[in-house]
Design a protein around this ligand. Structure first.
Ligand code: FMN
Length: 148
């Protein structure tokens, strides 16, 4: 069983609800979870698994609560070669910058050496008004990757 840190980037709370739901499901599977709504690199373990659930705001911007963390990653360039991660994005496909924050974070974690578990899920809230549903389906598909 794994220790999984769920990190949220959320302005209106939707990504936080999705993370809470996935944390419940992961715990039911026997995993240990911790959910962090204001991530600080100094307080995170770099050799476990991060599941980042992040919406996009502005014109392709990160939500305010995750911006300091993104800045830390950009400036400190930590070695994430022992880290496994997955990213779920929430966005609206009517924006040209659909799920841009999740896409950028996925690329940033990968470029710092982390290993992605499963494919990124980009949830389009204009088509999926209950984002927990596609997130739950995604978890069912990829949960075995979290057990490695
Ligand atoms: C002011 C505003 C700007 C947004 N900009 C984008 C965007 O650039 N790209 C995108 O995919 N979605 C965008 N969205 C849609 C949000 O990402 C979507 O509503 C998401 O579910 C919000 O998640 P949250 O409740 O966790 O903040 C925007 C929404 C608002 C209200």
């Amino acid at each position: 069983m794994s220790q999984i840190t769920l990190i949220t980037g959320s302005t209106l709370g939707g990504a936080e609800y999705v993370a809470d739901h996935l944390a419940d499901l992961l715990e039911q599977e026997g995993h240990q979870t911790e959910t962090v709504n204001r991530a600080d690199l100094a307080n995170l373990t770099l050799d476990n698994t991060w599941l980042v659930v992040c919406s996009t705001h502005g014109a392709g911007e990160f939500p305010d609560n995750i911006q300091p963390f993104i800045q830390q990653l950009t400036e400190q360039k930590p070695d994430l070669s022992q880290l496994k991660y997955a990213v779920i994005g929430l966005g609206d496909s009517s924006y040209d910058t659909f799920c841009a924050a999740a896409k950028n974070l996925d690329q940033q974690l990968s470029s710092l050496g982390a290993t992605r578990l499963g494919e990124r899920l980009d949830i389009d809230v204009s088509k999926d008004p209950v984002p927990e549903d596609p997130a739950e389906a995604w978890l069912a598909e990829w949960k075995n990757a979290f057990c490695e």
